[in-house]
Design a protein around this ligand. Structure first.
Ligand SMILES: Cc1cc2nc3c(=O)[nH]c(=O)nc-3n(C[C@H](O)[C@H](O)[C@H](O)COP(=O)(O)OP(=O)(O)OC[C@H]3O[C@@H](n4cnc5c(N)ncnc54)[C@H](O)[C@@H]3O)c2cc1C
Length: 437
């Protein structure tokens, strides 16, 4: 049996510690709170939910609902305790946050194979442990952040995420959009373009300038955003800033009319599927109703459905595709694992899910010397796919979505809901057969 040191007693760290202890390993779990606080946690409880009390949809045809069912099959502690403190919330799985953290803390403290230590870890030393798991989350403390950054080098670790709205492809009005990469580079099917006339652009600009935005938190210093400005900030800088920036029309003349639009909004495929598009350069702090209003002003996007709203916030995460395998250890060190949001997944459940996976993978590595990550057509496996196989140039944190989950059904035509149901059945059968291993 191995000795594993886990840094961070959040959702991922607790799930991972429990999974390893259950498999007979000795775990040291190190949590810095309450002595060293974070800007968002309120006390010393383990697995504290810092904001909403919702684990989101519980429906199996929703990707995060499927993820929950798979986690249950795999023996997730978060799901087991969550079920005991669940509160009514319609389709959502919501919990009593205080009782959740209290029960998680009591379970971890009561587990004989887990030694819980309260201390800030400032480096990546493994000490006498066989494996190190870093699960310090979006608010990883400064000294450890520096140590991880030093280990990974340039372009290895980020401090913020900046997300543009992500749109469902089947909600776009293709009659108003055209495919083209700037200057015709690439294979021509990487970008969809929404052309704007001068009057459309001017109206859009005015609406952007009037839009309400979320304020920055104290710990989100706006100065950090110079390299990656919110679109509303660009709009405030001058009438043409956007036309010389993300809405630049040069090289994007219309393929049929040959005309150059006054401005262009470009949509880029999300990495791993053709089902979702990202809006290039549209990272934003705008409130959601404002984002909805502004999107409706873009030709072709009038009725778009949004898979994820734009956001910018403090978030520590590794450039997964550059540094991590789909089993969540460093490419150059199979004894140094990362778990939770720091890997570039997002959300309570996704973070816990990675903790669950890492427990399995560390155990497998110890027993067999290698790891077979879960297949990509399961929601759990899809998280590894996102972390390891997204584009390293454009890596941004993501919730689990159907776009990440490999479709094993193929090109058979069927209603989306039916397809999701079938995909869920296939995934659950697969996880069911692996869970016992
Ligand atoms: C302000 C804010 C609001 C959020 N709101 C939501 C929401 O509503 N819904 C949602 O699904 N997700 C939300 N998230 C994201 C959510 O917090 C994460 O998805 C989830 O908590 C990540 O789990 P984790 O285990 O990776 O990290 P955490 O749960 O944050 O756990 C990490 C733990 O590591 C500890 N730690 C950090 N550095 C060190 C160190 N050097 N030494 C020892 N311990 C350390 C921390 O104290 C913490 O306990 C929010 C995040 C933030 C910052």
């Amino acid at each position: 049996m191995a000795k594993i040191r886990i840094i961070g007693g959040g959702l991922a760290g607790c799930e991972c510690a429990f999974g390893l202890a259950r498999r007979g390993h000795e775990v040291e779990l190190v949590e810095m709170r309450p002595d060293v606080p974070t800007p968002a946690h309120s006390g010393g409880g383990l697995a504290e939910l810092v904001c909403s009390n919702s684990f989101r949809s519980d429906s199996e045809t929703n990707a995060v609902g499927l993820l929950k069912r798979e986690m249950e099959l795999m023996g997730s502690l978060v799901m087991r305790i969550g079920a005991t403190v669940r509160v009514p919330a319609g389709d959502a799985f919501a919990v009593d946050r205080e009782r959740f953290s209290a029960a998680m803390t009591a379970t971890i403290e009561g587990e004989p194979r887990i030694a819980l230590r309260r201390e800030e870890v400032r480096g990546l030393e493994r000490g006498d442990a066989d494996y190190l798991v870093v699960a310090t989350g979006p608010l990883t403390s400064g000294a450890l952040f520096d140590a991880i950054g030093g280990r990974l080098g340039n372009d290895g670790l980020y401090f913020y995420d900046a997300i543009a709205p992500i749109l469902a492809a089947d909600s776009l009005d293709m009659s108003k959009l055209y495919w083209k990469s700037r200057w015709g580079k690439g294979d021509g099917s990487d970008y969809l373009n929404a052309a704007m006339t001068e009057s459309e652009y001017t109206a859009f600009l005015h609406a952007l300038r009037a839009a309400e935005v979320y304020p920055f938190h104290d710990f989100e210093n706006a100065a950090h955003f110079e390299g990656c400005l919110p679109i509303e900030e660009m709009a405030a800088r001058g009438d043409d800033t956007l036309r010389y920036g993300p809405m630049k029309p040069v090289g994007l003349d219309h393929p049929v009319t040959g005309e150059r639009p006054y401005a262009v909004v470009q949509l880029r495929k999300e990495d791993l599927s053709d089902e979702y598009f990202n809006i290039v350069g549209f990272q934003t702090k705008m409130k959601i109703p404002e984002q909805k209003r502004l999107l409706g002003m873009i030709p072709g996007l009038e009725n778009c459905s949004v898979a994820r709203w734009g956001a910018m916030h403090r978030n520590t995460f590794i450039n997964g595709p550059r540094h991590l395998t789909s089993a969540f250890h460093l490419k150059d060190d199979s004894r140094l694992f990362f778990a939770g949001q720091i890997t570039g997944v997002e959300g309570y459940i996704e973070s816990a899910a990675v903790g669950l996976l890492v427990a399995r993978y560390v155990d497998e590595m110890e027993r067999t010397g290698s790891v077979a990550p879960l297949p990509y057509h399961t929601a759990l496996g899809a998280l590894g796919r996102h972390v390891a196989e997204s584009s390293p140039e454009r890596y941004q944190p993501s919730n689990v979505t159907w776009g990440l989950i490999e479709d094993r059904i193929g090109k058979v035509r069927m209603k989306k809901e039916v397809r999701r149901q079938k995909q869920a059945e296939i995934a659950l059968a697969q996880i069911g057969s692996l869970a016992a291993l």
